[in-house]
Design a protein around this ligand. Structure first.
Ligand code: MOS
Length: 752
């Protein structure tokens, strides 16, 4: 049957032309004109404003509030505390799944971390709610805060990240180290970081009886909807989530968080729509962060510079009430060939909000440590860092022995090095100065990120007028999903992009899967492509079985969909337009459905990762220790490129974050109070324009026949990895000083 053959036909047989085009963002004009409506832009009739009162202590109990002062303030409508909070059907401290993180939604008087919500003030205006919250003046019974990686006894978690084993062993590391000619043991520290999306977490919630309507930025509408349903004891179908745009998420908007639930509870309490938006400093507590790490890396090589062993034991921190263990050591599993590999994690429980997935969770802190250690090892072997990496190039995944589904890392090294001018690099440090006398250094790092997929669904409709509609509840957090997925949709239906209506960002549409793990384009994209193929297959069935169609009898040869027409594959001159086929069949439209998910057989057979190579130049003031990253070249291979403009933009964004990781970003915690002291964008440093050097991202060609039917790997997170280490290694090359404590600050380099 032709339709069966076509349903399983690879995408390239539906000769599309949209995939691969460097189109600008379809939502760009909406955003630059201010027309794009973000969650907090919604003001349903009768809406009230809710403001959180948050804890100033890290641990203890709330003894009481000045409720009279807050309630008496003009404009204040209600104050929600544990006493009058509407009941929940589900337990916010329950743990129904590893992704159901415990949350603080006024279930009792306990305080578990600073910035924990302890009350919600609801008022006619934002100002009145803010002033009311200030008047609440909570009284606490406080206990000493447990702070820092030495602040508590470590424990051994069973799993890390999204469920990987906490330790992994392959070969015998101790004998590998004993046999080594060159050895390294070094400890690297990375700080806590906070997501700091431009758009703060926000919700506008409105109840109508037992149905709920919310506007909120979400990287995972279906999971969010399911968790709300469980907590409130209502069916998921009774919950509508609109999330057309996110002003950044970085992992912190992936799962339902406490403040979203408090907004919904506040609307329940007052019986009116309520808007709740976090203030910047309130994002440093209940909505996740990247945990700090301390990684002790041991390595050995033989006399020729080939690894005999790699080990990383990582310490991290989680909260006192939930487990999220930053999987920092695991990045070593897939990168360098070694006969012996050992990774492990332990953690301490601190009085902090629970850490969370944050942009390359595990890989980002793990990579800066591993790539620094690799650079130190190359130095110990007297080898150029690129030659050392090529010497230890993994032809199969070292931890599993599986072949790679594709791996164009050699090409990344070659193209990046060529563009950067790496061959002119002196081997020894402190050999280059600029005209102003600043020390100049060149460093490099390898980038790697797994090619993941979640499960997603899509619906495609061909209409009688020859246009198409494609629906999937995808999430555009600024990465360009609206555009890239529409391009895939156009090719999936064999239509030009301007004849496709792409609908997304709404919970009533088919679940597109979580927008995380750099997996969204692959997951939702394959679902869309399959939905298109399904619709086309049905259309082809109508034509090839109808004697009146020029395609009659083409069943065995198959058909090709292109530009709104089906063509016989064996004779492309014989074709028929979609609209004509539908009209003759008397159909107003024809619908296809598709699912995107990882293929377990392919995953068992192949290791799947995107790769890259990043080259960095820094300049260091030898007197003041000031570091500037002046040049970055990254070359990345991540399978098929759906939209080169947007992929390049993702890489550049990741490279900026890598600079941030190496030189700028850290949350500083007060050792006495447990509070983050720089919970604002003035003192929590992220790179500004002046900190961002000349950036170049090279898209290295890579064809992957195994990773998924579209050959797409993720591009969102990989460029943080590699870049941070490259910058750190360039600092060493400039100064001869190894900085193992990140971010690298003046205090580590002053007077070098
Ligand atoms: Mo995310 S941690 O932005 O996948």
């Amino acid at each position: 049957m032709s339709d069966i053959a076509l349903t399983s036909a690879p995408a390239h047989l539906r000769h599309g032309s949209s995939i691969g085009q460097p189109l600008t963002r379809r939502d760009g004009p909406l955003k630059v004109t201010g027309e794009a409506r973000y969650a907090a832009d919604n003001h349903p009739p009768g809406m009230l404003f809710a403001v959180l009162a948050v804890s100033t202590v890290a641990r203890g109990r709330v003894l009481g509030f000045d409720l009279a002062a807050a309630k008496g303030h003009p404009g204040v409508v209600e104050v929600m505390t544990p006493v009058n909070r509407p009941p929940l059907a589900g337990d916010p401290d329950g743990k129904e799944s590893p992704f159901a993180f415990r949350m603080d939604v006024l279930q009792n008087d306990r305080v578990r971390y600073p910035q924990q919500p302890v009350a919600v003030v609801i008022a006619e205006t934002l100002e009145a709610a803010t002033e009311g919250a200030a008047l609440l003046a909570p009284r606490y019974e406080a206990e000493p805060a447990r702070v820092g990686l030495d602040g508590a006894e470590p424990f051994a978690p069973k799993v890390v990240g999204a469920g990987n084993p906490a330790s992994a062993r392959h070969g015998d590391v101790e004998s590998g180290l004993r046999a080594a000619s060159h050895r390294l043991e070094a400890t690297y520290e990375t700080p806590a970081q906070y997501h700091n999306a431009m758009e703060p977490h926000a919700i506008v919630a409105a109840w109508d009886g037992d149905t709920l309507s919310i506007d909120t930025p979400s990287q995972g509408m279906a999971l969010t909807q399911a968790r709300i349903a469980g907590l409130f004891g209502i069916p998921p179908a009774g919950i509508t989530i609109r999330s057309p745009f996110l002003g950044g998420g970085f992992g912190s908007k992936g799962l339902l968080n406490g403040p979203q639930v408090l907004g919904i509870l506040a609307a329940r309490l007052v019986g009116r729509p309520v808007k709740l938006v976090l203030r910047r400093e309130q994002m440093y507590g209940p909505v996740g962060h990247r945990a700090p790490t301390r990684q002790t890396i041991r390595m050995g090589t033989d006399a020729g510079g080939a690894f005999t062993a790699i080990a990383n034991q990582a310490r991290t921190a989680t909260s006192t009430f939930d487990d999220f263990i930053e999987p920092a050591a695991d990045v070593a599993h897939a990168l360098y060939a070694t006969p012996a590999l050992l990774t492990g994690h332990d953690a301490v429980r601190l009085d902090t909000g629970t850490p969370m997935f944050m942009r390359a969770p595990g890989e980002a802190p793990g990579s800066i440590a591993l790539e620094s250690a690799v650079d130190e090892m190359a130095e110990a072997c007297g080898m150029d860092p690129l030659a050392f990496r090529l010497k230890n190039y993994a032809e199969v995944e070292p931890s599993s022995g599986r072949p790679f589904s594709s791996k164009a890392l050699r090409e990344c090294y070659a193209q990046g090095a060529e563009r950067f001018g790496w061959s002119r690099r002196p081997l020894a440090p402190r050999r280059m100065r600029d005209e102003a006398g600043l020390l100049v250094g060149w460093g490099m790092g390898t980038a790697i990120f797994p090619a993941l997929m979640f499960a997603g669904h899509a619906r495609a409709v061909l209409k009688a007028d020859g246009t198409g509609v494609v629906e999937t509840g995808a999430h555009d957090m600024g990465q360009g999903a609206w555009t890239a997925l529409a391009q895939i949709a156009a090719d999936g239906l064999g239509l030009p992009l301007d004849r496709i209506e792409f609908r997304s960002g709404h919970s009533a549409l088919p679940d597109a899967g979580l927008a995380g793990g750099s997996a969204h384009t692959a997951t939702a994209g394959v679902a869309i492509d399959r939905a298109g193929a399904d619709a086309i297959a049905k259309l082809a069935g109508l034509a090839t079985r109808d004697r009146r169609s020029p395609l009659f009898g083409a069943g065995n040869a198959g058909v090709v969909a292109r530009d709104g027409r089906l063509h016989r594959r064996d004779d492309e001159a014989r074709s028929e337009g979609y609209a004509d086929i539908l009209a003759r069949a008397g159909l107003g439209e024809i619908e296809g459905r598709g699912t995107g998910a990882a293929d377990p057989a392919a995953q068992a057979a192949f290791a799947m990762h995107a790769h890259g190579a990043v080259f960095a130049e820094v300049k260091v003031d030898p007197e003041f220790g000031q570091v500037r990253c002046t040049r970055l070249v990254g070359a990345f291979a991540a399978g098929r490129v759906v939209n080169p403009r947007m992929v390049r933009s993702q890489y550049k964004g990741g490279m900026v974050w890598g600079v941030s990781f190496a030189l700028h970003e850290q949350a500083v915690t007060d050792g006495r109070t447990g509070r983050v002291m720089n919970a604002n964008l003035a003192e929590y440093h992220v790179p500004v324009n002046a900190d961002v050097p000349s950036l170049e991202a090279i898209l290295v060609h890579e064809h992957d026949p195994h990773v998924n039917p579209l050959g797409i790997k993720g591009v969102g997170e990989i460029a943080i990895t590699g870049t941070a280490g490259a910058v750190a290694n360039a600092v060493w090359h400039a100064t001869g000083v190894r900085c193992r404590h990140f971010p690298i600050g003046l205090e580590q380099l002053i007077g070098v």
